[in-house]
Structures are given as C-alpha cells and as structure tokens.
Ligand binder design. Sequence first.
Ligand code: MLT
Length: 323
Amino acid sequence: MRRVVWATFIALLSLGSAAYADNYPSHPITIVVPFAAGGPSDAMARILGERMKATLGEAVLVENVTGAGGSIGVGRAVRAAPDGYTVSFGHLGTHVCNGAIYRLGYDLVDDLEPVVLLPSNPMIIVSKTAVPATSLAELLAWLKARPSPATAGTAGAGSGSHVAGLYFENVTGLKLQYVPYRGTAPALNDLVAGQIDLMIDQTSNSINQVRAGTIRAYAVTDAKRVESAPDIPTTDEAGLPGFHMTLWSGMWVPKRTPKEIVARLNAAVVEALNDHSVRKQLGNLGLQIPAGDRLSPEELGLWQKAEIAKWWPMIRAAEVKVE
Ligand code: MLT
C-alpha cells in the first residue's frame, strides 16, 4: 500500500509539483512532536498548529512520537512521504545534538528539508523546593558538598535538557546523575513531587511551576533576563558568567517535498508568528520570536549547519553512552 502511495505521489510530482501544490492541503496535516504531550515542544506545536489551520484551511494535528531523545519521532517524519502532510517538529537537541550521539539511520541535513526557524528560549536552572539553597551560589555549594551526584531530569540523551546538563557539567566540573523521561513534561511532574533534585529545563516548560512556587528557580542561561519573569537572575548575575544556552526550535519536512509546499507551510507559520494572540501566548511562556529576516527556509538550513559545527565537538567530547 505504502509503495502505491509513494508511486502515485512521485507520478503526480512528475506531472509538476506546482500542480500538486495547488491542491495542497486537501486533508489534515500532522506535526510529529518527538516528545511527550504537555511539554514545551508540544505546547509550541499546538499553539502554532491552531493558527496555521486558519491559513491553510485544513486541520493541523499533533502526534507525539517519543523516545531516544526525540530521535524516534524525527525518524518517523524522515521516512514519511514527501507530500507536505507530515511535518517534523524539533529543536537544537533533536535536529543538531542527536547527530553527535546516536546512530540515527538518517541524516539530519540530507534527509530533511528546512521549513522555518521557530521561537527560542533560554534554559532555566530549577530544583525541587526541598533543596537547601535559595541562590545559584548556594546550589553549586550544595552540589559540590554532596557525596553522590544529584539527580537531574532530562528528556533523554541528546535532548535540550540533557545537552544543557552536559554543558553545565563542562562549565562547573560537577557531575549529575541523569534520569531520562520521554519529555520534560513528565520530568517536571517528578521535580514538583520531589522525586528528582533538579532540571536544566526550557524556561517555557518550568515558568508556570516557578510562578506557582512548586519548584525553585536559580537562573536563566542568557545574558539578559526573561521579560515575562524579570525576577529570575541571569547566570552572569548569579555567579556562572558565560553559561549561556538558548534552545531554538524549528520545523522540517522530508527531503524532496516540493518547494511550493515548503513555501506554503513557511508562510502559514510566519503568519502565525505575526498573530497578536499567538505572540502573547508565546511571550508569556518566555519564548523569543525570531526576527522576520530569519524566517526563510534557507535561514534555518544555514543556522542548523552552524549549530552542528558549534555543538558536536562538546557533545562528542562528553562521550555520551546510549543503548
Ligand atoms: C520536550 O518537549 O519535552 C523538550 O523539548 C525536551 C527537551 O529537549 O528537553
């Protein structure tokens, strides 16, 4: 059956992708989010998907395909038909770092077509409320004095929360005991419940729990504070100068997806990012929307390659072991 779909599609493609694109979309589109529902990636995909529906005239659904630091969900999208109906949602972790950790069975650059760069957010250092520290300096002292490494929740090896942990270890010389989950939503639940000690999470995921006082925040990994959380210091202010990490997201489609369809999807996302209520929702989560001149598919392609060159050496040096 799949072979028939493919053959029909390739035949249509040869009839001219322009003609094919004219009828696009003619049924719902699926965004594959490689992490658990309720997490930061899922939240952003759903906010954008809801608004894209208005532009594209078809439902934009979210499917959560989790595991292996997001590499399983990305693999699902890579193997999908290049017809514009399967979109790969991901970020620095899934579409850059995983390439330096896993034998993926696909190439993050050669097997995917960039569609658009999405909002980014600094990471935030948070802990369970039982940790006897109220500042980053006290947290570092507590971590240093511990007989065994503290437990740190992540969304799996290669995920944003894990790479932030590797970078934190690199900068502080401290060791962390990673506890992998299928996303930072379930990890955050365990942090609130005091089952794990800390996370270096996306601000957009932890910010509401910080506001609710169910977890404690120490710093955001950026040179400037987050507008919607002005009371949380930067790592520069809190005593870890230069420990900066911003997790950016993006959308891709399978290679050979007609460029007219890539352009259609890109336009729908750009329209969503310019929508007042979408911007308000994203801003409230501490997400920063890229400038307009960074929203072309080509820009995402260039940025992804630059980030691969930047992050792979550090990750490879960390010799991350995955099953
Ligand atoms: C998630 O949505 O769970 C996150 O993006 C995971 C992560 O990379 O930390």
